[in-house]
Design a binder for this molecule. Structure first.
Ligand code: TYC
Length: 101
């Protein structure tokens, strides 16, 4: 026979929350060429031509479009890199990030 005594647990495990996810949002402007926006979306967000075109044209028509959702550091890095790709060519292309509800 085992003489191991089990007692009721008196401590509780802290309930850790899952880290929030962040949206990367593409903002429309009047200057960046459509093909350039599409090219940046393909390069930075690994989209197909069709996916990238659809996101670009949605931002063009509505003013902004959610590109993708990532952990915070990934979202911020990708948004900064994609914005910088436009800046390097003198375009005001802008990607922002925002936490998901
Ligand atoms: N509005 C731009 C044009 O007509 C194209 C464009 C689309 C720019 C989406 C930015 O996020 C953007 N050349």
């Amino acid at each position: 026979m085992s003489d191991v005594v089990t007692r009721p647990r008196t401590t509780t495990k802290p309930q850790v929350e899952r880290p929030r996810l962040y949206k990367v949002i593409l903002i429309n402007d009047d200057f960046t060429p459509r093909d350039f926006v599409t090219m940046v979306l393909k390069a930075e967000f690994r989209m197909t031509q069709e996916e990238a075109y659809r996101v670009m044209i949605t931002a063009h028509r509505l003013g902004a479009c959610v590109v993708a959702v990532y952990a915070r550091d990934v979202a911020e890095t990708k948004a900064a890199r994609a914005t910088e790709a436009g800046r390097a060519k003198g375009y005001p292309l802008l990607f922002t990030t925002e936490p998901e509800e």
